[in-house]
Design a protein around this ligand. Structure first.
Ligand code: BF8
Ligand code: SF4
Length: 625
């Protein structure tokens, strides 16, 4: 296959050409080697939840219609989907727990390299959560707030702390449906329990609990991760940065920060400023130390520090092949095990850091926030000492592209003058038709970035404000859609608003846990208007998703009332009942549903139709799509 059919990104295409000449295997080669992929698994009708099995049911009706225990396609598909959601929700929430523990221990004075950076946000959050703040030092508040939120992980019996941020109508709906998330760990454990053989055998009941589990991520684990990362590392503010492989500098020590959790990378950002280390870099012949981000760790450090991003998910193997990456420091999630294989062909040092995420072939340095700064310095030093070991010709195939970053909810509101009113007015008048969150991954089954960029272009052309997170932010950044000048590509209404505010038509909200910012923003708009989230002209999309986390996100976004279009088919099509429930009947239950549409042009139409129909229902001027 020609590289042009695998990615629209020039840096990916260039390095892929090199990989082929050099005979280095990539994710695309391994996808090809897996084909044809298992049809039963793709349809979700295979089960290995016990050793009477594994079982599969025949979607064409000729073979068995039930597993050995008697489970039919509906039960098997629903159980598999629920477990997928639990894995995704657990990933985000365990990240949230790591941040929360670091936050709490910063309050008790047991960490090094961390401080309460945004004291104002700490006080605001604490007051919101019912912690007395008057006359207290930040660390004391952090201890009390940390302790309170730690309880969200166990069973609080009724509701998670941040559920009260949702509009009243939404809270009441969740209560009526019995899906108010109670404890983050509890909902995930209950999913594993329910999906054991012979527990919950009603596919509707299983899926309702799966939604509850996803809500414990969106309004729990992810929201805690975002809010406390802001307090610890600073609430993002708009700033300019760069993106693509051109972010690497041939004459610098290049360090890629890859994974998701900012508690390590933020300390490294600080360590890299250390004058001793900078001097050492010069001694080994480098002009300085250059940090770049990959995947969501990249989004985190770009949002807060303007660190440039080297790429999204499908660039993680290719960045090593530039020959100029001196270290790839990984934390966890979305890090392909293959990176250590590729690193063997180059001088790149892959350093794993979390004891729960080890990579054979990597050097493991166990990270401990109690010795945060010291370990951060050690990691940077390892990269510096590796610089002289470079071999072969450097290849940095492109110039970096500018992108604007840093749109926390606080920053968006402040750009609007402190209240959502100007945005609401622009939406009411129709200058902005509505807003869409375009989020999620790359997937080698889809031409890299094509889904994200095509969809986003169509949306902004039609005056829909777009917010992006995760690998979608990187894709749209690389395509040049995240600079204020990109307002010229927007429809006349959105263009005028962006020009007046000096913002791009596509706003970077952060990493995947920062999808919680979308919930906060949606709730703020709904509360301002006195309606439910499902009434707003909003939509979500994940055009190139691959991960279990993306399914959890889709679950909580829809359960929060936002229509969502997926670009890749989930493994549920072996059960027409489950498909009908998620793509139709859910609308009558939570006021939103899923659609699957691989063609981004058609996905844009679905989103525009949804936005216009919600406008009409709100009594706002609407157009026919
Ligand atoms: O959490 S978008 S490929 S990097 S899963 Fe992973 Fe997907 Fe990228 Fe971030 Ni999110
Ligand atoms: Fe088969 Fe049922 Fe066991 Fe699944 S739980 S493997 S369907 S017997």
């Amino acid at each position: 296959m020609k590289v042009e059919t695998l990615s629209i990104a020039p840096d990916t295409q260039a390095i892929l050409r090199f990989a082929r000449e050099a005979g280095i295997e990539t994710v695309w080669d391994r996808l090809q080697a897996q084909e044809p992929q298992c049809g039963y698994c793709a349809l979700g009708v295979s089960c290995r939840n016990c050793v009477m099995g594994p079982c599969r049911v025949d979607p064409f009706g000729d073979g068995p219609q039930k597993g050995i225990c008697g489970a039919d396609a509906d039960i098997i598909v629903a159980r598999n989907l629920a477990r997928t959601i639990a894995a995704g929700a657990s990933s985000h929430s365990d990240h949230g727990r790591d941040i929360l523990e670091t936050f709490y221990h910063t309050g008790t004075g047991e960490t090094t390299g961390y401080e309460i950076t945004d004291v104002e946000k700490l006080r605001r959050l604490a007051a919101e959560c019912g912690v007395e703040v008057d006359g207290k030092e930040p660390k004391e508040i952090a201890r009390e707030l940390g302790w309170l939120l730690l309880e969200d992980f166990g069973s609080r019996k009724e509701a998670l702390t941040f559920v009260r941020r949702a509009p009243k109508a939404r809270q009441e709906l969740w209560h009526r449906l019995g899906i108010t998330p109670r404890g983050i760990d509890r909902e995930n454990v209950e999913t594993l329990h329910r999906t054991h053989m012979g527990v919950d055998n009603d596919y509707v009941n299983i899926l309702l609990h799966a939604l509850r589990t996803s809500l414990s991520d969106g309004w729990g684990g992810s929201m805690i991760a975002t809010e406390l990362s802001d307090v610890l590392f600073g609430t993002p503010k708009p700033r300019m940065s760069y993106v693509n492989l051109g972010a690497l500098k041939e004459d610098h020590v290049n360090i890629a920060l890859h994974g998701h959790n900012p508690m390590l990378s933020d300390v490294i950002v600080r360590a890299a400023q250390d004058s001793d280390l900078r001097q050492r870099a010069e001694e080994v012949g480098a002009r300085g130390i250059n940090l770049v981000g990959l995947c969501c760790t990249g989004n985190e450090v770009q949002m807060r520090h303007g660190i440039p991003m080297a790429g999204n998910h499908l660039l993680q193997e290719l960045v090593i092949m530039t020959g100029v990456l001196d270290a790839m420091i990984v934390d966890y999630q979305c890090i392909m095990p293959s990176v250590t294989d590729i690193a063997k062909c180059f001088h790149t040092l892959v350093i794993s850091t979390f004891d729960k995420a080890k990579f054979p072939g990597a050097t493991h340095i166990s990270f401990d926030p109690k010795r945060g700064l010291e370990i951060g310095r050690e990691l940077v030093r390892m990269a510096v000492e590796n610089f002289p070991k470079r071999i072969g010709t450097p290849r940095i195939p492109v110039e970096p592209v500018r992108m604007m970053t840093g749109f926390s909810v606080e920053a968006i509101l402040s750009a609007l003058g402190g209240t959502p009113e100007p945005l609401v007015n622009a939406i009411k008048e129709g200058a902005i038709r509505g807003a869409a969150g375009v989020v999620g991954c790359n997937n080698p089954k889809i031409k890299q970035d094509h889904g994200h960029v095509t969809l986003v272009r169509r949306l902004i052309e039609n005056d829909i404000l777009v917010v992006v997170t995760g690998c979608s932010a990187v894709a749209n950044g690389k395509a040049g859609l995240m600079v204020p000048e990109a307002a010229d590509l927007a429809g006349p209404g959105l263009r005028a608003v962006c020009k007046a505010l000096g913002i791009p038509p596509v706003l970077h909200l952060g990493s995947c846990v920062d999808n919680s910012r979308i919930l906060v923003l949606a709730a703020a708009l709904a509360n301002y208007l006195g309606v439910d989230i499902s009434d707003l002209p909003l939509a979500g999309a994940a055009p190139e998703w691959y991960s279990e986390k993306a399914v959890a996100i889709g679950g909580y976004v829809v359960a929060s009332g936002i229509f969502t279009v997926l670009g890749v088919q989930p493994n549920i099509f072996g059960s027409p009942n489950v498909v009908r429930l998620l793509s139709q009947d859910l609308e009558g239950v939570v006021g939103a549903r899923f659609a699957v549409e691989p063609d981004p042009e058609k996905a844009a139409l679905l989103i525009r139709q949804h936005i216009e129909s919600n406008r009409k229902a709100l009594g706002l001027p609407a157009v026919a799509v």
